[in-house]
Design a protein around this ligand. Structure first.
Ligand SMILES: [Zn+2]
Length: 244
């Protein structure tokens, strides 16, 4: 189950109760700024030995932090996913509408985090993340995942070109992820990532899906679609984080 902790500006999944983990709400601030990320953990009394931050580029590149890295922040360039067995490394992904996904295998002791926008989703970032965790000794059957706050089908309209692009890779899920909408389509990115998780061996009972939409729920979330062009001064990004 997901729980919202308003006093901590965080939403957390019970599947991750053995980890330090969560998804921030907009009250926590704009996580594009590294200082705000640091302050968030300091104020929350979390004090991670190391914060691992991705310079995200809408790819399916998955990086691994360096256990020998010195300093309290490690930046991984050109990556949209990260996996590790390193205890005390706090993995961060930043989003506003894209799907943030946290991964945890309590058996092998492996964690991961990924940023799944439409580009990463259509290229099957989910499959890549699971493969990278398995390369560290994990098995899909043991992996827990939490799909955090993202834009819902209610607000995510895409044009026919985008639809065709998805059909080339994801036609098998068409009925589950697309709905015709006034000459265009509505796309359910969270559902696509859910289906890809099942297809790649994750158990249903190990998947948690956050049910509200970042674009609709303006009190709790930043939203690229809602704010970026019309109200850039109000825009920001939230983060998903996980640490063993
Ligand atoms: Zn919505």
């Amino acid at each position: 189950m997901f729980q919202h902790y308003p006093d901590q500006n965080t939403i957390s999944s019970s599947l991750f109760s053995l980890c330090t983990s969560g998804f921030t709400t907009r009250e926590a601030g704009d996580m594009r700024k590294i200082q705000i990320i640091k302050d968030f953990f300091q104020m929350g009394d979390i004090a991670p030995p190391k914060i691992v931050i991705l310079e995200q580029i809408h790819s399916i590149n998955v990086a691994t932090p360096d256990p020998l890295h010195l300093g309290d922040v490690e930046i991984l360039e050109e990556a949209d996913g990260v996996v590790t067995k390193e205890k005390g490394a706090l993995l961060v992904v930043r989003v506003a509408d894209c799907v943030p996904i946290l991964f945890f295998d309590p058996v092998a002791g492996v964690i991961g985090a990924s940023h799944n926008g439409w580009r990463g989703s259509v290229k099957n970032m989910m499959k890549t993340m699971i493969a990278k965790m398995e390369a560290l000794g994990s098995h899909a059957v043991n992996i827990r995942i939490a799909l955090g706050p993202a834009i819902g089908e209610c607000c995510y309209t895409v044009d026919t070109d985008r639809y065709i692009l998805f059909m080339e890779e994801m036609e098998r899920f068409e009925k589950l992820i697309f709905r015709p909408y006034g000459g265009a389509f509505r796309l359910n990115l969270t559902r696509l990532n859910y289906e890809l998780a099942i297809e790649n061996g994750i158990q249903k009972s190990h998947i948690e899906v956050f049910p509200f939409c970042t674009s609709c729920d303006s009190d709790r979330f930043f939203s690229y679609r809602r704010q970026y062009k019309k109200h850039p001064e109000q825009f920001g990004e939230m983060m998903g984080y996980v640490m063993m």
